[in-house]
Design a protein around this ligand. Structure first.
Ligand code: NAD
Length: 423
């Protein structure tokens, strides 16, 4: 099939690369000239394991990036993968969705034949029908007989995105009419995952609900972890016993510094705002966010209890990415941690294997070390913020610290007796 992807970020680039890798002729459109140039030079603008090797194989053959929307008019399907960042009130900012929809409509003015526009971005229920459809049809000067709409949420995890895209637990396809959904299903013909066919708004709600549920598991585990810490119980032992119950499952029970990233915080906030607008008090969602907001401050408070007044102390922060295997720092829990450390007068020395450059845009004035050992050298305390597997191998480097006070926000150290926020 001929596929156009709008937005070459984490989701759009992975989606485009994987579609090309399964044989589809794919064009990725982005408004950022630097991103477009990098992709066409077979270089990934983001760190994502396995992505660059697909670009090396597919660019110049059946994959390309472009600033122009021209390919939309000759494609069978166009996937919208632009960002939906939070507004100040926590609701989803749909301005990128709106402008992409207008550009798609304009590009479809002269097209002949049936075209399907698929929303892959995470959007509030009702967005595809009330925002995307009218904008595309109005700018294309066409009717719903010539252009139809589908919603196909993405569930990939950064750092494991290629694997997740290829082997999803399920493929959700919401559509305005069956033949739109059939065309999307055709793209995934070779995938073995179960396909769930729904209406547009239900597909949008499935994505929000999945993320809200996973975030709830994390905040629940963190609350249990906070209680366990006080009672002197190892929460990881507890959750191992809990997670073996098949009704609960072992995943997303890792207590720690809370969830970050570009999805969980914004999607739970957006769902809360939606609930409020619908006249429903989102008690559970609010609690999920409250617990998450508090964890970074608990971590710094615990550190301060061990080190004494943090003013003037040299504190190593290991891990800046919101999770391992990515360079993404959006809403990373290390951001409020560093802010709080700086507020208390500490000198922060940060290290991350991949995300240092991205964090420099947020904290240009703190010190960035070239290795964990450099960060730890002479430090009065250390906070571990990301579960990079290589941090699990840190051992002798801790001896370089002026005072060996180490607290984990993620349980990754193999050092026996390492203390964590919840353990
Ligand atoms: P991103 O910010 O990394 O990428 C968005 C891209 O869209 C950017 O490169 C931007 O330049 C481009 N863009 C913006 N407006 C455009 C326009 N009018 N035309 C063409 N390009 C345009 O965002 P992301 O992380 O890929 O997320 C995209 C969507 O997917 C969001 O709704 C997000 O919630 C959802 N999602 C993200 C993940 C994830 O792990 N990142 C997982 C599942 C779903």
């Amino acid at each position: 099939m001929k596929i156009t992807i709008i937005g070459g970020g984490y989701v759009g680039l992975v989606t485009g690369a994987c579609f090309a890798d399964t044989g589809h002729d794919t064009t990725i459109i982005d408004v950022d000239p630097a991103k477009v140039a990098m992709i066409n030079e077979k270089r990934a603008p983001i760190f994502e394991p396995g992505l660059e090797s697909i670009l090396l194989r597919a660019i110049g053959k059946n994959l390309r990036a472009s600033l122009s929307y021209d390919s939309v008019g000759t494609s069978d399907l166009t996937f919208i993968c632009v960002g939906t960042p939070p507004n100040d009130d926590g609701s989803a900012n749909l301005s990128y969705i709106e402008s992409a929809s207008r550009s798609i409509g304009t590009a479809l003015q002269k097209s002949t034949g049936f075209h399907v526009v698929v929303v892959k971005s995470t959007v509030p229920p009702g967005t595809t029908e009330t925002v995307v459809c009218p904008a595309v049809l109005a700018f294309a000067h066409k009717t719903g007989d010539e252009i139809a709409f589908a919603m196909n949420p993405e569930f990939l995890r950064e750092g494991r995105a290629i694997e997740d895209f290829r082997k999803p637990d399920r493929i959700v396809i919401g559509s305005s009419q069956p033949r739109a959904g059939d065309r999307v299903a055709e793209v995934y013909r070779t995938f073995s995952a179960p396909v769930v066919r729904t209406g547009l708004a239900a597909a949008e709600m499935i994505k929000y609900t999945s993320n809200a549920f996973l975030a709830t598991k994390i905040s629940f585990s963190n609350e249990i972890g906070n209680i366990c810490k006080d009672l002197g119980i190892d929460v990881y032992e507890v959750m191992e016993g809990v997670g073996l119950d098949q009704r609960i499952g072992p995943k997303f029970l890792d207590a720690g510094a809370g969830f970050g990233g570009s999805c969980f915080p914004k999607d739970v906030s957006s769902l809360s705002v939606l609930a409020g607008r619908a006249g429903v008090d989102p008690k559970i969602l609010r609690a999920v966010l409250d617990v998450n907001e508090e964890q970074p401050y608990r971590l710094v408070a615990l550190l301060e209890k061990k080190t004494g007044n943090l003013s003037g102390k040299r504190i190593a922060v290991l891990g800046l990415a919101f999770k391992d295997n990515t360079d993404d720092v959006r809403d990373s829990r290390s951001i409020p941690v560093i802010q709080e450390l700086l507020k208390k007068g500490a000198r922060v020395i940060a290290f991350d294997p991949m995300a240092g450059q991205n964090m420099q845009k947020i904290f240009p004035a703190i010190e960035y070390a070239g290795s964990a050992g450099d960060a730890l050298n002479g430090a009065d305390g250390c906070l571990v913020m990301t579960e990079w597997p290589e941090f699990g191998r840190i051992d002798k480097e801790f001896e370089l610290m002026a005072h060996r006070i180490v607290i984990e926000g993620r349980r990754i150290l193999s050092w026996n007796g390492a203390e964590g926020i919840c353990w």
